[in-house]
Design a protein around this ligand. Sequence first.
Ligand code: BGC
Length: 788
Amino acid sequence: MTKKLVLLSFVAGLFISCNTKAPQLGKAPLDEVIKAMTLEEKVQLLIGGGMPGFSGDSTVVGETRSLVPGAAGMTHSIPRLGIPSIVVADGPAGLRISSTRENDSLTYYCTAFPVGTLLASTWNTELVENVGKAMGNEVLEYGVDVLLGPALNIQRNQLCGRNFEYYSEDPLISGKIAAAMVRGVQSNGVGTSIKHFAANNQETNRMGNDVRISTRALREIYLRGFERAVKEANPWTVMTSYNRINGTYSSENYELLTDILRGEWGYKGTVMTDWFGGKNPPAQVHAGNDLLMPGIAKQGDAILAAAKDGSLSMDDIDQNVKRILNLILESPRFKGYKYSNHPDLKAHADITRQSAAEGMVLLKNIKTLPLSEQVKKVAAFGVTSYEFISGGTGSGDVNKAYNVSLKDGLTNAGYQLNSDLVGLYENYIKAENEKNKPDPKNRLAMFMPKVRPAEMIIDKSLLQKMAKETDVALITLGRISGEFLDRKIPNDFELSDNELKLIQAVCSTYHAAGKKVLVILNIGGVIETASWKDLPDAILLAWQAGQEGGNTVADILKGAVNPSGKLTMTFPVKYMDVASSTNFPFDYQFNPQNAFGGGPLANQTEEKKELVRNVDYTNYEEDIYVGYRYFDSFKKNVSFPFGYGLSYTQFTYGKDAFVSTVNNGYTFNCTVKNTGNVAGKEVVELYVSAPGKSMNKPAKELKAFAKTKLLQPGESQTMQLIVPQEDLASYDEKDNQWVIEPGNYTGQIGSSSGDIRQSVSFNIPTETVVEKTHNVLNPKVEISKIVK
Ligand code: BGC
């Protein structure tokens, strides 16, 4: 907002308030408050109060005037009408505010909870809701009104830099987990912002990329999770994505925001942009993107000018103003909540530790885990064992009080770490970190992953000494990523030469000594595993588990917790096996100048524009065949399939599985029995294969899932998996409707997408049109699509 505009609205407001008693928000009817607002005041409300240190022209939020330092933004206040500013802050893994404040000796640490991918890997909506409750409590107690999360974009490609914030390659699990998180956070009386709506699946040129996609893929894969979260949990706000969809920025997209989100899904809340997103403020207002964040001067000027020349209607403005005022009315700040600045960080750390344990995935285990009582002495290899990664970078990061490394976690659990090795690694890491210190003048540095020390080659004689002196070897591999950047294939998706050599050398030396090797993956996104997974005896996918990560891993290694996490995405054999691989910028070199917009075309004239494929636009040629939908349908081998994860016990699935029709849907029953020796939980997955007579259909699709309680050895539980009938519909883009095809369907109940234990068939005699939709979001250019 310009200083001029603020001044104008202040003077106008002063003039009005001198003459009349202005209606007050919450006391007078909302329409009266809106009627009493000047145009300048309305415009002021539509754009946020700026971002300290970034937009440079903030009028309300100066570094010192920020209501909650470190919060990502706030709205403007209009005191004469009793309208306070409300505060919004990131993000998906915990509240992101500054932990220290100028001239203040107190600290304001927040809990770093596990990243989104780990939470989804629990397949436990109740657990996620509880994490949300704890996270939302910190939002409330630190004086923030809306948490900018959860993030639920589809993990379309294994290299997207923000996959760790997202939940899955599948829309059902994404939507269910997001809904649980929204319910949990909002149970505190604070808001959430589900993001980034929609199809924000790459970071490369994220503010300019055009997603070219069929309406079927959009609706079935990329919008479906958002639809579920909106309908099941009613988030207070939705954050639009930076990218364009079939030519139009999400934040300027009337069809997306008004026809679909509000019209078809019945959403009543507020929509805000992503930070600095979109290009045309009046178009954003018209589209139904209520709030422009963080708010910059020229946006206000553009809206004001459009309102004055009549190209933007007052109805559009008033409608958005009303939705923002409704949001403010709900907020703790408006209600005068006296926040303590003292959430129970200890209790939340416990929740973090326990929830993380349910989302870690045991990928391989040849008689290694849990470690036997005889195992006392441990050799911890890999720099990440000492610099354990709690989460990703950028807005998904959290300013936490501490981070438990694997070394500390193991020590806390009573293991003795070999001190020669500890000393070697710690000295090496210290020296490397000194060399790679980020430039303090680089304002983007705080968002970027810091350069991590490369893996060391361990001397042969030291290895032999270790194999003699210790009972087991652990090797931790780490990866970190975040917004602005997508990941690369060499040294990121693929292992570096040194990592591979380390695994080979440790495995051969330890195996020669008759001892086991365990690999721990402390990563935020998928890496290549096929070429080396045969070497170690066990592999634990620890993800990025929040601030208690080292303790959680130790809980699993000791057997205090039996792992029950399962993959919510596929681990392919090779990157190029992924259906979207050729339509993803895996070889693009990032230029930091483009981080806040622009992209490669920024300096080119209109005429000279040559669009760069996968940067300026991305063709979603894989269409609906994302993740396991592709691998299953096209019978491609994978390294670890979607839904996969081992346990320290075994489960059998009863042959008595059956399906019954109830209340306009189907219930699948199956009894699961713990037939092993230790207590454990099992995720039961239900996939449905459709007849696919007139429509191209994936081999099977996840339609329901459930997790057992902790089953004792010998104990059984009958699981009910419920599929509402409309969930069987596919989107028919020819007639713009959701349709259920008639014919024979098969419900496949399994332990993973690659391990189906029971199948039951049912017939749907007639075609049902579940819903007619708008004919919108159509592609503007022809894109070729793969079909089965
Ligand atoms: C991110 C959002 C985040 C916002 C505010 C943007 O760069 O894309 O996810 O909520 O910043 O920090």
